[in-house]
Design a protein around this ligand. Structure first.
Ligand code: FES
Ligand code: FE2
Length: 381
């Protein structure tokens, strides 16, 4: 019999009202319902910080990246004063979007009639507008959006009242201080769309329970279930750690340049899920991340980037190290794509019933609590 998906918020409320020791995976309706996506865009993505990538990718004046956050086109750029700035990416004439993707621009020229904006959002000029008496270019400025940099990450937020990133994530900064997350350089960045719900991919990242099986062809043998630690989550993030086998040399602390990490830390990987949708794998040798945004219930937009720790920058084999890293990540991604698209396919079926969670899925439980909390707060509960 087809399931009743009429009230996904009520389904999630029931699901999140049990203690972790009895918890099940989230109900299917929160993955498949259009109404639930609407609630997420309004109460989660419209209220919280969304990561558009690394600051070192926007290092030169005019470097920009665009995003569509909760339905709002936004551009983030490095302005003429070398400050990061976020603003509306919608022209103030007949409302075309302005810039696309990632790139560098001296000015922002609308692709429709060439109204042209400075990097601070002020209108610089507009062709053939001298006969409209009411038009004054000084009255036009692209609306500004909150933008913050934290440990090399660039975040934007549509809610003027959201707590600053550094306040929400202060505990993360302390926890991984010795990794010095600013000391990593992004050497690749891609955008993808996968056919799965954004939460399926987020949750896939939050648990390493799937590593031995889903990733049997790559890293599965290098990570043991007994070496995974999943502490309870915090209000703005969850995390878990795994030990990587020393044979994955690029994941280890640099033997001579890194004396910041001691003992087991030198081979410890942090998997950080910074709510709602920035997932960072931080190893002593390399990092990679995905920043997710829903595209309806059945698709996720993915920003995928990463690179090596700067400790490796002067090594003779840096380019081999990077090639090895990118090859590995691409192979791992193919496996994750297969698993997460299969999950979405399965949970759309009438037979889908959420099962109980392992102790290795503690972060998934905490993520569900976060989502329910944001939606309840948005509804004024
Ligand atoms: S819509 Fe941008 S210049 Fe006309
Ligand atoms: Fe995976």
């Amino acid at each position: 019999m087809p399931k009743d998906h009429s009230d996904p918020i009520a389904d999630l409320r029931r699901n999140t009202s049990v203690p972790f020791e009895q918890a099940r995976a989230m109900p299917t309706s929160v993955y498949t319902s259009e109404d639930f996506v609407e609630a997420e865009l309004k109460h989660v993505f419209g209220k919280d910080w969304y990561c558009v990538g690394r600051a070192d990718a926007l290092s030169k004046t005019g470097d920009y990246v665009t995003a569509e956050l909760a339905g709002q086109p936004i551009v983030v750029l490095r302005d003429a004063d070398h400050q990061l700035r976020a603003m509306s990416n919608v022209c103030l004439h007949r409302m075309s979007t302005l810039l696309q993707g990632r790139g560098n621009a001296k000015t922002i020229v609308c692709p429709y009639h060439a109204w042209t904006y400075n990097l601070d959002g002020n209108l610089r000029g507009a062709p053939a507008m001298s006969q409209n008496d009411a038009f004054c270019k000084d009255h036009y400025r692209l609306p500004q959006v909150r933008c913050e940099e934290w440990l090399g990450w660039v975040f934007v937020c549509l809610d003027p009242d959201a707590e600053p990133v550094a306040v929400q994530l202060a505990e993360v900064a302390d926890m991984i201080a010795a990794y010095d997350m600013t000391n990593y350089s992004e050497s690749f960045y891609e955008e993808h769309v996968w056919d799965t719900n954004w939460k399926v991919l987020a949750e896939n990242f939050m648990e390493s329970y799937h590593l031995p099986v889903c990733h049997a062809g790559t890293i599965g043998g290098l990570s043991k279930l007994e070496d995974m630690v999943c502490p309870p989550g915090r209000p703005a993030f969850n995390y878990h750690t795994i030990l990587k086998d020393e044979s994955l040399r690029i994941a280890m602390a640099h033997p001579t340049k890194n004396d910041r990490l001691k003992g087991e830390e030198r081979k410890t990987t942090y998997l950080l899920a910074l709510y709602p949708s920035l997932m960072i794998t931080l190893t002593p040798g390399y990092f990679w991340y995905i920043s997710l945004h829903p595209k309806g219930p059945g698709q996720v937009h993915i920003r995928f980037g990463g690179g090596m720790s700067n400790d490796f920058a002067e090594d003779a084999d840096i380019s081999e190290n990077f090639t090895q890293l990118k090859t590995l990540l691409d192979e791992v991604n193919v496996e994750d794509r297969g698993c997460t698209e299969k999950v979405f396919n399965g949970l759309c079926s009438d037979a889908a019933t959420p099962g109980h969670l392992s102790h290795l899925e503690r972060p998934n439980y905490d993520f569900a609590q976060y989502l329910m909390g944001k939606i309840a707060a948005g509804l004024g509960e």
